[in-house]
Design a protein around this ligand. Structure first.
Ligand code: ZN
Length: 312
């Protein structure tokens, strides 16, 4: 691994470690319950939210939960909700709470993800997994985990699944953001966007992979805007409407501009983080108070990353 890679990796782990040290991540144990989001979309709220898209002949599950037991929970909920026998599974990104429950799904489940996401999982998955295994909060969920099964189908930028009864889901890779290979899913008849970490509801965003970037993240958000979804279903926060896309972009752009200004005037990355955490608490009080995510402690990593991406 290059020095640059090492630095980035250390940085990502430090974000996770900072939040974990405060014990602010929600429990990774998924409840065996679901709520209806829209006509064909259900979700289990947890860490992360697991989303089920129900067609007449097939079901699509988005994300697995952390490890075997959570994967089994998601698979049982999917089975109860399903109308048809066929089961598709996909993952918003390769991080363990989204992808490491895959082995507990029935063997006939069709696992589909962007090819680039599979490559990133193979390249960086073990490193993130090691962090989770070293966390007292997450380690128990990963006990007994075997190597993750490979996908049955990979795609480039776009794939469409027909789940029957007019329920179609468009699976998209629109560019790097939180990771190098975030997937977004549009459930067409419901105008529902399953947005992963790319569009969240009042959550300080994090680049958490060596291939992610905020510059690219903003491009992805620009490409999402014309889809104009009625509903946005994030992976670590509450369901909202299409305005979440603009809110996400506005937040990143606001902080990006502040960081660039501070960097230009010679303020260090550490001082910029301290100052902008105060600005955050002042200007975004409802974000700071959102208990879905350790937002205030996440500002440090967020600002550091923006600083490293800002022009010299
Ligand atoms: Zn993630």
């Amino acid at each position: 691994m290059s020095m640059r890679g090492l630095t980035k990796a250390g940085f990502i782990l430090s974000i996770l470690a900072a939040a974990a040290a405060f014990g602010q991540f929600p429990s990774p144990t998924l409840p065996e319950t679901s709520t209806k989001v829209s006509n064909h979309i259900y979700m289990t709220s947890g860490f992360p939210n697991v989303v089920y898209v129900i067609g007449d002949t097939a079901t699509l599950v988005v994300d697995t939960g952390l490890g075997n037991a959570n994967g089994a929970t998601a698979a049982r909920v999917a089975k109860r909700l399903s109308k048809g026998a066929k089961l598709f599974l996909t993952t918003t990104h390769y991080h363990p709470e989204h992808a490491s429950g895959v082995n507990s799904f029935p063997p006939e489940t069709v696992l589909i993800r962007p090819a680039i996401q599979q490559q990133e999982l193979e390249k960086e998955g073990e490193q993130t997994m090691t962090f989770f295994r070293n966390s007292p909060q997450f380690a128990p969920s990963l006990e007994g985990l075997k190597p993750l099964r490979p996908p049955d189908i990979t795609f480039g930028d776009d794939a469409k699944l027909d789940l029957g009864g007019g329920v179609t889901a468009r699976l998209m890779f629109l560019g790097a953001g939180h990771t190098a290979s975030d997937e977004l899913t549009l459930v067409e008849p419901d105008s529902g966007l399953i947005s992963g970490d790319i569009v969240q509801n009042k959550v300080v965003p994090a680049v958490a992979s060596s291939g992610g970037s905020f510059t690219s993240w903003l491009t992805v958000l620009d490409r999402l805007r014309p889809l104009n979804p009625k509903i946005v279903i994030p992976d670590h926060s509450k369901v909202g409407d299409g305005s979440l896309i603009a809110a996400e972009a506005a937040f990143i752009r606001d902080m990006q501009a502040r960081v660039a200004e501070l960097k230009r005037s010679g303020v260090s990355a550490a001082d910029a983080a301290t100052r902008l955490t105060e600005v955050f608490k002042m200007n975004y009080p409802d974000w700071a108070a959102n208990t879905d995510w350790p937002n205030v402690s996440s500002m440090n990593g967020f600002v550091s990353r923006l600083y490293s991406e800002a022009p010299k």
